[in-house]
Design a protein around this ligand. Structure first.
Ligand code: 13P
Ligand code: SF4
Length: 355
């Protein structure tokens, strides 16, 4: 029931937060967990916060009882990213951090392929997915059978798959990559295999964006798209520049190449956050899932974030109540057949080994 209450409150919060922000700042000290409220006060009204704070307190208690950590992707809603998540980052950072986690239980505040990757790297740990329906349009765009067919069609051509794929697809791959290391991975594979052709799957736009940086290698792409990033158009960027003079445009490489061409910089979610930390633009727009700007903005109160809003419906399936329930019931554990996991793990580990 709280899920529904929070969803309803989220809409109300967006409308009223500007109005209540000043009250919130004043009332902050008298609210529960005031240090956390300070991080989310832009999104949650003071009247709503006690409801969220109760969930946060319950999750913190359960984390201690279960010896659990929560990994949170940069696209997670602010009330998760800024409160209960212990480790946050892009897909590459979460995969790397998953290897070093010492807890018995990992809760993935992200989407299913991220939980699978964490499980591949930690087969003896319990990896919980608060909502098994949190998928990904890219992961759904290709199957293991597709990869086998492509291999028949392109014999001897190595297969690099985006980490946004199922464990079955990873098991058919030679290497994984993320948006943070794709250029490095394809260069490494071309050199190690002594080839100048690579199957880079399934994100067509990522492959085409990477292709521009490696003209010496032919990248064969697939028709997968991210349902969030494919919606941006070059005209959107031109309109943003016209309506917000001086805005610095950062785009994710899952966007169509024509969109990336209009941007000032393209990179993974972590690359974009690092760009903001480093360059401190006066006014910036992140052409990506829109919770990301909310989360980066917390550390940069002096920067104006222009916020077009494309939300990932899969990421939004993760909520404080379903994280609490996962830890209470220990339901939603990700399981992968051990033989398949061994092959999938090899592709992920080959990627992580490239520094
Ligand atoms: P990165 O965090 O690796 O840039 O991934 C973006 C994404 O769409 C994850 O689902
Ligand atoms: Fe998949 Fe796109 Fe959502 Fe990331 S933002 S999980 S790539 S659908």
């Amino acid at each position: 029931m709280l899920d529904a209450a929070i969803a309803a409150h989220e809409d109300a919060a967006t409308a009223t937060s500007a109005l209540l922000r000043r009250d919130g700042a004043d009332a902050g000290a008298s609210l529960p967990l005031p240090h956390l409220y300070a991080r989310v006060s832009r999104h949650i009204t003071p009247a709503e916060w006690p409801l969220y704070a109760r969930e946060v307190e319950a999750i913190e208690r359960l984390k201690r009882e279960r010896n659990a950590v929560i990994l949170g992707h940069n696209y997670q809603a602010p009330e998760i990213f800024n409160t209960v998540a212990d480790i946050v980052g892009d897909s590459l950072a979460l995969a790397r951090e998953a290897v070093t986690v010492e807890a018995d239980v990992i809760v993935m505040a992200g989407v299913h392929f991220m939980a699978e990757t964490a499980k591949l790297l930690n087969p003896s740990k319990t990896v919980l997915m608060p909502d098994m329906g949190a998928g990904c349009s890219l992961a759904d765009s290709i199957t293991a059978a597709d990869i086998r067919l492509l291999r028949q069609h392109y014999p001897g051509v190595p297969v690099v798959t985006y980490v946004n794929t199922s464990a079955e697809v990873k098991a058919e791959s030679d290497y994984c990559c993320t948006s943070g290391n794709a250029v490095k991975v394809v260069r490494h594979v071309a050199k190690e295999w002594g080839v100048n052709r690579i199957l880079m799957l399934p994100d067509e736009y990522l492959a085409r964006n990477v292709q521009k940086q490696v003209p010496e290698i032919e990248l064969i792409a697939w028709k997968g798209h991210c349902e969030v990033h494919e919606r941006f158009t070059p005209q959107d960027i031109r309109d943003l520049r016209e309506n917000h003079p001086g805005v610095v445009v950062l785009a994710h490489p899952e966007c169509p190449p024509e969109v990336v061409a209009e941007a000032d910089y393209a990179g993974s979610t972590a690359d974009m956050a690092n760009y903001v930390d480093r360059e401190k633009p006066r006014r910036v727009v992140l052409i990506t899932e829109c919770s990301m700007a909310d989360n980066v903005a917390v550390g940069h109160p002096d920067i104006e974030f222009v916020r077009p809003c494309n939300l990932c419906p899969h990421m939004r399936r993760i909520t404080l109540p379903n994280i609490r329930r996962a830890l209470e019931t220990m339901q939603g554990a990700v399981e992968i057949d051990p033989a398949l996991a061994e092959r999938a793990r090899a592709a992920v580990e080959r990627m992580i080994a490239i520094r």
